[in-house]
Structures are given as structure tokens and as C-alpha cells.
Design a protein around this ligand. Structure first.
Ligand code: PRX
Length: 585
């Protein structure tokens, strides 16, 4: 890994023809800006109330609806079956006002947690933004989650309301009686009033279109998103309204959004990319966003770009690899000339992916961007005005101090692998891990925010991702905690112990691999493994199940009983096993 990275560092850069951008990049003169930029400069991008307060959703919707962009299309929602809905900023304003009134009528108070558990649909954006307008902490949840994952999130956050639909609500009921704080279940579609469900449609019909978006202290919370670490249950990463400053700035400077752009982010709102760059940032810039329902389908993706003349496209490396695997004849069938700039995030983007785009999208490369649920917006990235070194994550955003350090916080010399750290205090940085101050504190050491990633910097200041410093698994760009999968596995009656790792995979970056010890009386078989996979999918999540399962006699553990995933991984990949002095046997 080390050699490969070093070699790439000396590799050829992709010089860009800026004429292909058609519009002047919003960020020009990076080197100078890095020296002169102050965060207070970016605060001008946002509308503040005269009392010094702010609301991110006011900036995302209201200010456009009340200004020149009133009739502009905010959302082109394509349900993937050929049904397209176009919704203007003014319509979004009215709809979000109505739903904010619905929440107020339910008695939702400031900073209470409102979960949104919906498939991609206009109602998803409306309920998420309305909750923020009403001063609640909005929390979107990925629609693939099953009852255990839902319980963990709603219970930990003390959620008082959930907005869901007729199908997804079925996954809430198995854990409903474990959620004492949950008072309201709002259902889009056919609500069952006998079960106490509240009908979204009926309430919306009755609600007023006028609502005064709440004035929030910039440090009050706009949304929270659960994400996985190495140990324990998922943790609630909490973001403040002030984050909208950086979410807006990066949408301009990095995604290079211009007024006339049609923009498409492929991420679901259940992940941070969907929240920040599939909703908040781009709308705060007043651009038209495209949303697509349904599953990944190369034909449909290309058709979407053609149909809606998408200019700016933000996607993920796994999707890029899947498109590449389909060959170049397919994109050749579509008119993709509307594309101006392309981005990716979530896992390393292979140099082949960057360069493939040059061939297929008329000399336009993918720009890799790096950030995390915790960082709240893009921190390290390739900018439109700069050459790209394929395989590199690019350079820090002006205003961001990023370094490579050792465990003591000492900055390592250029070219050395180490911990990727950021100087704390950027506007969109998480403010809390919900209910878990000690977890939050673990990120902050020696005056730095430790990202959990390892990386290195080359002599021109480009950052190169090396790997995770912990056991977090990135599968198809989605973040999965091994502990959650292990917990789901041992709930199956045939499994007494489980250890879970990420195993490198050409297409998905990593797949989830489980090592299990069977309970007495069970024997290994394909049927049993399939049953266990189905069980994990049903309980935890459709995407977070082990694609590979090995039955073992015992798992390597430390003397204190912790499973040594590092060792499982080393054995699986034929890597050196390193220090095993804490091994039990
Ligand atoms: O390991 C890094 C990887 O994704 C992690 C953050 O995951 P999540 O919170 O789900 O947010 C993903 C989308 C913002 C990081 O710690 N990661 C993210 N971007 C990149 C990446 N790894 C390599 N290259 C990237 N560009």
C-alpha cells in the first residue's frame, strides 16, 4: 500500500482545459485565498435575522421563495418510473411551512428530535426541512434500516416523532414498545388511525401555508445523523445551524454551483452527503436539484443526465466503478454533453475512475472530495481550477488546517504516513456526540481533531488517503460499524460469537465478512449461512449484512475478551499479524 501510494504521488497530473468548465470557477487563486481567507468572510453568504439569529432552512428555502428565485424550480423529482415532478422554491416554501405547522400542532418543541424515515420523495425533503424550520433537530434515517437499527437510533436520541410511510412503518412496529419517548408516527400514504398513526396528507390539507421560521441561535442544532465507529452502537453526530455557512461556501467553491446549474447528487438523505450536498448546500445557493427514486441502474442514471440536462454531478466511487463495469457503449448512447463538473466522495476514487471519465464525459475528470459525517462539509478536495493528481483527495479548503501527525500530535515530515488531523473550530464541525461526551472527547487530542483516517501529503501539498486507523468498514461508500453487525449476528440462535471485518473488493471498496462460532448442535451449510444473512438484513439493515461468512472454531481475543479484528483481517488478507502479545491463547 505504501509503495503504491508513493508511486502515485509521482504520477502524472491531469491538467484541465478550463474552457470545458464553460463558466468561470467560483474559486480562483487558491494559494492566495489560503493565506487571506477568514471564516467571517463566508458568513456574508448567509441571511441572518436582525436579532443575530439564523435558521439553516430559511437560507435553504425561504430566502429564495421570498426573493427573485420564487418561481425557479428547486426540485426535479424523478421517481425512476418516468414520473417527474417539478417543484418551485415557492412551492417548497409553502409545503415546508405547512408541515412545520403540523409539527407545531403536535406540540413538538424546540430541539426535540424528529426522525424522517422515507424513501426518496418530495415528502422526504419537505419533512426534513420543515422540522428544521420548526426548531426541532431533524434526523433522516436510511430506508434500508431494519427494526434493531431503528430502535438504537430513536432510543438513544429520545425521538418524539417519526415521519415515515405505509411500507417503512412496518419496521418500526416490532420495536415500538421499546421507545417510550416516541409519541407521534406520521405516515405518508395510507395511515392507520386505529393504530394511532397520523395521516401526512390529511394534516397537510388542514395546515396553514404561513409559518414564521424559528430564529435559532447559530449554535443550536439543525440536524443529527447516526454513524458508526469501531465500538459500541451508532453514535448521534449533532450539527449546528451555523454549519450552513460552510455548507453554502463549499457548494460554491468546491461543487462550483452557478445560478444556472442543474445539479444531481446521487446520495440518499440518510447519509451525510445526501443531507449536506443533496439538500442543504445546493439549495442554499439557489440551484435546481434533481432527485431520483428507485435503485441503481446505469441506463436510468445516464438517461437522467440527458433528460434533465444535468451540469454538476456528485456521486460515489462504487457507482463510478459499477458504471465503468458496464462499458463505454452505454454512455455513448446518451447525450451527456450538459455535464460541466463531476465529483465523488465516500471512499478512495481509483485513478482509473478519474481517467475513465475523461474518455466518457468529453474530457471531464472526476474530482475526489474528502470529508466525514462529523466534519459536516467538504474539507479536503480537488478544485475545478486545479490540476488533478488521480488517486489524490486534493488540498484543504481555505480556512482548513489539515496535517499528518503521530499519536502524540507531532506533525510528520512530508511524505510520511500518519493520522489525518484537522485543527478544530471550522463552522460545520459536529458540536456533540448525542448523550456521549466521552466519545466526542476521543476525537480531540493534542489540539487536533483526529479523523480516524491515515493519509500522507506530497511535496505539492496534495493529500493521499491511505486507510482507516480503526475498524470502521466502508462498503459501497456506506459506513458500517463491525460491532453492530456482530451484535445482530449473535442474536441469531445458531451463532454464539462473531467477528466482523471489511474485506477489500474491486467493486464495492470493501465487503463485510463475518467469522462466526456456531452454537452446539449446528453444522455449517450454505442454507444456514443464507439464513444468517437474511436474519441480519431483516434486523439491522439491507446493506449491512455479511456477504461472506466463515465458520471458525474460535475467535482471536485479547485477555480482556475483546475480539481482535485486526488479526482476523491480517489472517484473511495474508498480512503480517503484528503485535499479538495481548492475544488470549
Ligand atoms: O474513511 C474516510 C472515507 O469515509 C469516511 C467518512 O465516512 P462518512 O462519515 O460516512 O462520510 C462519507 C461521506 C462524506 C472517512 O473517514 N472517505 C470519505 N471520503 C473519502 C474517503 N476515503 C477516501 N477518499 C475519500 N475521498
Amino acid at each position: 500500500m505504501k509503495d503504491e501510494t508513493s508511486e502515485l504521488i509521482h504520477g502524472e497530473a491531469v491538467e484541465k482545459d478550463l474552457a470545458l468548465l464553460r463558466l468561470k470557477p467560483n474559486l480562483q487563486g487558491y494559494d492566495k485565498l489560503r493565506k487571506t481567507f477568514k471564516w467571517s468572510d463566508a458568513e456574508e453568504l448567509i441571511d441572518w435575522y436582525p436579532d443575530g439569529k439564523v435558521n439553516s432552512a430559511y437560507n435553504v428555502i425561504d430566502r429564495h421563495a421570498l426573493g427573485m428565485n420564487k418561481d425557479k424550480i428547486a426540485l426535479i423529482h424523478d421517481d425512476g418510473q418516468g414520473n417527474v415532478q417539478k417543484i418551485s422554491f415557492e412551492e417548497m416554501y409553502r409545503e415546508t411551512n405547512k408541515f412545520a405547522n403540523v409539527l407545531a400542532k403536535l406540540g413538538i418543541r424546540k430541539q426535540e428530535r424528529v426522525f424522517v424515515f422515507l424513501q426518496r420523495s418530495p415528502e422526504l425533503y419537505v419533512s426534513f426541512l420543515a422540522a428544521i424550520k420548526a426548531g426541532a433537530i431533524a434526523s433522516p434515517m436510511f430506508p434500508a434500516f431494519g427494526p434493531d437499527a431503528i430502535r438504537d437510533r430513536l432510543l438513544d436520541s429520545g425521538a418524539v416523532a417519526i415521519v415515515t410511510d405505509t411500507e417503512l412503518v412496518k419496521r418500526v412496529y416490532p420495536v415500538r414498545n421499546q421507545l417510550p419517548d416516541l409519541k407521534h408516527i406520521v405516515v405518508v400514504g395510507d395511515a392507520n388511525s386505529e393504530l394511532g398513526e397520523i395521516s401526512y396528507e390529511a394534516e397537510m390539507r388542514a395546515a396553514s401555508e404561513n409559518f414564521e421560521t424559528l430564529h435559532m441561535n447559530p449554535e443550536e442544532f439543525q440536524f443529527m445523523l447516526y454513524t458508526s465507529g469501531t465500538t459500541g452502537k451508532p453514535k448521534g453526530v449533532v450539527h449546528a445551524h451555523k454549519g450552513i455557512v460552510q455548507q453554502t461556501l463549499t457548494s460554491r467553491w468546491v461543487l462550483d454551483l452557478h445560478d444556472e446549474d442543474v445539479y444531481w447528487c446521487t446520495a440518499d438523505l440518510g447519509w451525510i452527503t445526501g443531507v449536506v450536498y443533496g439538500c442543504l448546500g445546493p439549495w442554499s445557493c439557489g440551484v435546481t436539484q434533481v432527485g431520483l427514486g428507485g435503485r441503481f441502474d446505469p441506463d436510468r442514471w445516464y438517461r437522467l443526465i440527458e433528460d434533465h440536462r444535468v451540469n454538476v454531478w456528485y456521486t460515489a466511487p462504487t457507482a463510478v466503478r459499477m458504471l465503468m463495469a458496464k462499458g463505454d457503449d452505454l454512455p455513448a448512447k446518451y447525450d451527456l454533453t450538459s455535464l460541466r463538473v463531476l465529483y465523488s466522495v465516500g471512499e478512495p476514487l481509483n485513478p482509473e475512475g478519474v481517467k475513465w471519465a475523461l474518455d466518457v464525459f468529453d474530457n471531464k475528470p472526476f474530482h475526489d472530495t474528502w470529508w466525514q459525517t462529523e466534519t459536516g462539509s467538504i474539507l479536503i478536495t480537488n478544485f475545478p481550477e486545479m490540476p488533478i493528481k488521480p488517486g489524490s483527495m486534493g488540498k484543504p479548503l481555505p480556512g482548513i488546517e489539515a496535517e499528518i501527525v503521530d499519536e502524540e500530535g507531532n506533525v510528520l515530515p512530508q511524505g510520511h504516513e500518519g493520522n489525518l488531523v484537522i485543527r478544530p473550530g471550522w463552522p460545520s464541525m459536529m458540536r456533540q456526540i448525542w448523550n456521549n461526551q466521552s466519545k466526542y472527547n476521543e476525537y480531540l487530542r493534542n489540539g487536533w481533531y483526529y479523523t480516524g483516517d491515515t493519509a500522507q501529503i506530497d511535496k505539492e501539498g496534495y493529500f493521499w488517503y491511505v486507510g482507516r486507523a480503526d475498524d470502521v468498514i466502508k462498503t459501497s461508500g456506506e459506513r458500517v460499524g463491525p460491532f453492530e453487525v456482530e451484535s445482530a449476528l449473535i442474536e441469531h440462535e445458531a451463532v454464539v460469537e462473531a467477528g466482523v471485518i471489511g474485506k477489500p473488493d474491486q467493486l464495492r471498496g470493501n465487503i463485510i465478512k463475518a467469522f462466526i462460532v456456531l452454537a452446539p448442535g449446528y453444522t455449517e451449510s450454505d442454507e444456514l449461512k443464507k439464513d444468517i444473512q437474511k436474519f441480519v438484513k431483516g434486523h439491522l439493515a439491507g446493506h449491512a449484512y455479511p456477504r461472506e461468512i466463515d465458520v471458525v472454531k474460535s475467535l482471536p481475543k485479547t485477555r480482556s475478551g475483546k475480539i481482535m479484528r485486526r488479526l482476523l483481517r491480517a489472517r484473511e488478507l495474508g498480512l503480517p499479524t503484528g503485535d499479538t502479545s495481548t492475544l488470549e491463547e
